[in-house]
Design a protein around this ligand. Structure first.
Ligand SMILES: Nc1ncnc2c1ncn2[C@@H]1O[C@H](COP(=O)(O)OP(=O)(O)O)[C@@H](O)[C@H]1O
Ligand SMILES: [Mg+2]
Length: 308
């Protein structure tokens, strides 16, 4: 068995020119491997190519060139097995208003050839919190309920890999929490999860590994911890026992006094040991009431990589 849930090599996608718009290169040679069992984040600014990549995985967009393997199955050589291995919750809702949640899940299961006795309709209705709306028409469901139904549809064939494209964009906190609880639960059960999100804090909390994509290329792909440690910068925040002038600092350390009485010392961890910042504070005769450090977050990494 392949150790990666997804393997993508040399993936290109050019959308053909339409009446108004010229042809558009959306993916420009993407190589990507998603480890089995991970929660993998795909981040990038609007128009970077995230949905194109996900829709190619889902079989909704036809790639221009390159190879895509899902759960070890080549999309071209083994289209049925590769399709059966993945479930996708798309960014754009595509629900049929004439079906009820139960009907939608049944139709979707039928499309995937899941026999009646193997269907998990009631279990899925429970998971997405729509058991009491099972017989309501989709057009009468709230936006949040429709989103949840999309998640249910992605799961009818019990795929090994679940892909969520911006699942929490514009949803309320309650739905967001429910989605993340479901994602964690499914991941704990062994499902590999790929998601895109605009909320960097969310990616930081949820994802084991993150790929950053910009202008159709992967510009970083690493564990969340490694990505964060890439930014060689830390801020030490010191609260003196009593008001004091900013002390002289070693070269390369920037010092700032804040109105709340704290001093902020920002330095490159590779050049300046924390101890030399503390020593400079003590040398100025300042006694320290409190000290903490602030580290770079994903937003800093993201901005430093996508600023172009
Ligand atoms: N069906 C399409 N036809 C033409 N161009 C498209 C189509 N879908 C997306 N694009 C273009 O491809 C680029 C990548 O889009 P997309 O994959 O949706 O990015 P993201 O999901 O990262 O915002 C954008 O420039 C977008 O305008
Ligand atoms: Mg998108």
């Amino acid at each position: 068995m392949a150790e990666n849930a997804i393997e993508i090599e040399g993936l290109h996608k050019t959308y053909a020119a339409a009446r108004r718009s010229p042809e558009k290169v959306a993916l420009d040679g993407v190589d990507l491997a998603v480890p089995r069992g991970s929660i993998f984040g795909l981040l990038g600014p609007n128009g970077a190519g995230k949905s194109t990549l996900i829709n190619i995985l889902a079989g909704l967009v036809i790639k221009s060139s390159g190879t895509v393997k899902i759960w070890g199955f080549d999309q071209d050589a083994n289209p049925r097995q590769s399709r059966a291995s993945i479930g996708v919750m798309p960014q754009e809702p595509n629900l049929d208003a004439f079906f009820t949640p139960r009907g939608s899940l049944d139709v979707q299961a039928g499309l995937y050839g899941v026999p009646s006795h193997k269907r998990r309709t009631d279990e899925l209705l429970d998971l997405i919190g729509l058991a009491d709306k099972a017989e309501a028409y989709a057009r009468s469901l709230s936006g949040g309920m429709r989103r949840r139904l999309l998640l249910g549809k992605a799961l009818v064939h019990s795929p090994q890999v679940l892909v969520l494209d911006e699942p929490t964009a514009g949803v309320d906190i309650e739905l967001r929490n429910m989605l993340w609880q479901n994602v964690r639960k499914l991941n704990d059960q062994g499902m590999t999860i790929i998601l895109t999100t605009h909320y960097l804090e969310e990616a930081e909390q949820m994802c084991d590994q993150i790929a950053i994509i910009n202008h159709g290329s992967v510009i970083a792909n690493d564990s969340t911890a490694n990505l964060l440690s890439r930014l060689d910068r830390k801020t030490m925040v010191i609260r003196p026992e009593s008001a004091a002038a900013l002390p002289a600092m070693p070269e390369g350390v920037s010092a700032e006094a804040r109105p709340d009485g704290t001093m902020h010392f920002t330095y490159r961890t590779s050049l300046t040991p924390a101890e030399s910042v503390l020593a400079a504070v003590r040398a100025a005769g300042i006694s320290i009431a409190d000290v903490r450090t602030e580290e770079a977050d994903l937003e800093d990494v993201f901005l430093s990589l996508t600023r172009a």
